[in-house]
Structure formats: C-alpha cells, structure tokens
Ligand binder design. Structure first.
Ligand code: A2P
Length: 315
C-alpha cells in the first residue's frame, strides 16, 4: 500500500495521487479507472480542468461495481477564481460535487488566492488581454469555505498557489477549520525549499504539482531543458533499475511531501506509484537538489496585477 500522511483535520491521504490536469474528457475517466485497478486511491481534480464529469462517471461506475468503496477514495478538487465571493463559493462546490457525482469532497482547495470577474466564462479577460481580476480578499473566500465543512460538503479544506505570508494571514485570524494543505509547484527545477519548510513547520501538508516538471505544459518551448533527460537523473535511475520519473518522484516523497503526477498511460501510472522499494542516498538527494533553477513552469503571468498575486514574494 502507498504510505499516507495525516492532515490537521485528522483525515489520512495516500502520498501519491493521480493528477488530472490536461487529461482530456474521454481520457480522464478511463485513466482514473485504470489507476484504481493499479492501487491509486488519491485523485487530484479541479473545476477548471473541465474533466470532472468524466472522472465522476468513472468513480460512480467503479463504486457501483463494488471495486472500491467511497470511503476508500480520497478526492481533491478546487474552487476556481471566478467563484471567490461568498455566494459563488457555495455554487462552485455544488457544481464540483454534481460533476463528480459525490456527496462530499475529501479535500477542497482554493485554486489561487486571485479572484476574477465571474461572468464571461472561467477566464474573463480585459480588452488588453489581461485576466479581469477583482478585489475579493481571499479571507472572504476562506470564510465561506469554512461553511462548506460545517455543512458536510467537504471534509478538509486547503489552498493552492499561496505564498507563506498569505498562509500566515489565515493562520493568524484563527479559523475553526484549519488550513490543511498547500498545493504548489515543486520539481527538481523548482525545489521551493523555503515554502515547503514553512508549510511543514505549521503542520500543513504540501502537495507537489507538476512534480515531473510538467513536460506537457502548453507553453513549453522546444529548447527548454528536459528534466527526465537530465544526465544526473538518468544515471541515478539506471543504478536503481528505475525510470527517471521514478527517481524524480522518489526525491519528492523523500522530502516529505505528496506528489500527484499526471498520466493517462497504465505503464507510466504503474511506475509512478512504485516508489517505495528504493531509497536515494543523501548525496543523490543533494545532487538532484543542485538542479534547482528557481524557474516556475506555472507563473500565471496574465494575473500579476491582482492584489493577491502570490509570486511577487520570495516564498
Ligand atoms: P502521459 O499522460 O502520456 O503519461 P506533470 O505531472 O509534472 O505535469 O507530468 C505529467 C506529464 O509527464 C504528462 O505529459 C505525462 O504523460 C508524463 N508522464 C507521466 N508519468 C511519466 C513517466 N513515468 N515517465 C515519463 N513521462 C511521464
């Protein structure tokens, strides 16, 4: 079985989950079914990935067939930026619940601290092509998310793409339901050390998105360096008879956070959970750390003018 971590809410989460960003509707549900057969129990979704319905159908079928029980699954999904006002938080959560065919979400995350206008679709733009941000403080959104837990619509709540100061603001206010998770970009190219340390020192579980360096990101350039082809990674992989992806993911779980590699291939999904029969040495861990470039894959650069843009801060 996959090792687990315990959230501040008391619920447990397998420390490898399946990512679903960029999994196409029609392919996402099939991937989830395959993954369940392989032993995955943790799934990372979001309203904005536009594949929740497909995933929900797969989950419903798998449960109806008696292959797993609802309580054996851990489903994360995320509130989108158009849904930050008090009323919209409730609507966003209900929409994801309906899409996923669930009566509760295990972990509901605020996808970004940034709020946008809530008409004209999920990516409202200003005439100059920037994201149409609005000044809704994420504290208002977080307050509304508390109610979702009270009403049993989600079991645990957390955030994604928050910096340490933004998290500290929430902690300082002192809410009934704790901030249990910060989902952030982490890979050997973006090691994010200080934010990981900060979150872990507060008992906040860290989940790494794009743990393989997001090779499929739509804005990748042909001459961008390729993480899974880095000689250091390839060499270490050969020593353990593992793949480069397994070494990169192992480096992650060994640093104490969870990873949610996306895949729609059974072979690669299999690799991505077989991380617990080898251990990297301190020197190997350090060598991979040395690949840090402090360059993000995911900058959300169209929204830097939001008063809540998270990445102006150092960490
Ligand atoms: P695929 O879905 O075809 O398997 P990230 O989670 O960092 O965004 O990385 C996901 C990308 O990496 C996807 O393009 C996925 O492609 C690919 N991928 C996932 N697992 C592996 C693996 N074990 N080896 C190589 N590529 C992988």
């Amino acid at each position: 079985a996959i090792p687990e971590q315990t959230l501040l809410s008391g619920y447990r989460v397998p420390c490898v989950g399946l990512g679903t960003w960029k999994s196409k509707p029609g392919e996402a549900g099939a991937a989830v079914k395959t993954a369940i057969g392989l032993g995955y129990r943790h799934f990372d979704c979001a309203l904005i990935y536009r594949n929740e319905k497909d995933i929900g159908q797969a989950i419903t079928e798998i449960i109806d067939e008696g292959i797993v029980k609802r309580e054996d699954l851990f489903i994360t999904t995320k509130l989108w930026n158009t849904h930050h006002s008090k009323a919209r938080v409730l609507e966003g959560c209900k929409e994801s619940l309906a899409n996923l065919g669930l009566d509760y979400i295990d972990l509901y995350l605020m996808h970004w601290p940034i709020a946008t206008r809530d008409i004209d679709g999920l990516y409202p733009k200003t005439p100059d092509g920037k994201i149409d941000v609005v000044d809704i403080d994420f504290i208002e959104t977080w307050t509304a998310m508390q109610t979702l837990v009270d009403q049993g619509m989600c079991r645990s709540i957390g955030v994604s793409n928050f910096n340490s100061k933004q998290i500290q603001r929430i902690i300082d206010i002192g809410f009934k339901h704790p901030l249990t998770c910060n989902q952030i970009e982490i890979s050997p190219y973006y090691s994010n050390e200080r934010l990981i340390q900060f979150c872990q020192s507060k008992g906040i579980v860290v989940v790494a998105y794009s743990p393989l360096g997001s090779p499929q990101r739509p804005w990748a350039k042909p001459d961008d360096p390729k993480l899974l082809e880095e000689p250091e990674i390839v060499k270490t992989a050969a020593q353990y008879n593992k793949s480069p992806a397994q070494v990169v993911l192992r480096w992650g779980v060994q640093r104490g956070y969870m990873v949610i590699p996306k895949s729609v291939s059974a072979a690669r999904m299999t690799q991505n959970i077989e991380l617990f029969d080898f251990e990297l040495t301190d020197d190997e861990m350090k060598a991979i750390h040395g690949m840090n470039r402090d360059v993000r894959c995911c900058t959300n650069s169209d929204a830097t003018h939001s008063p809540y843009y998270p990445f102006h801060e150092e960490f």
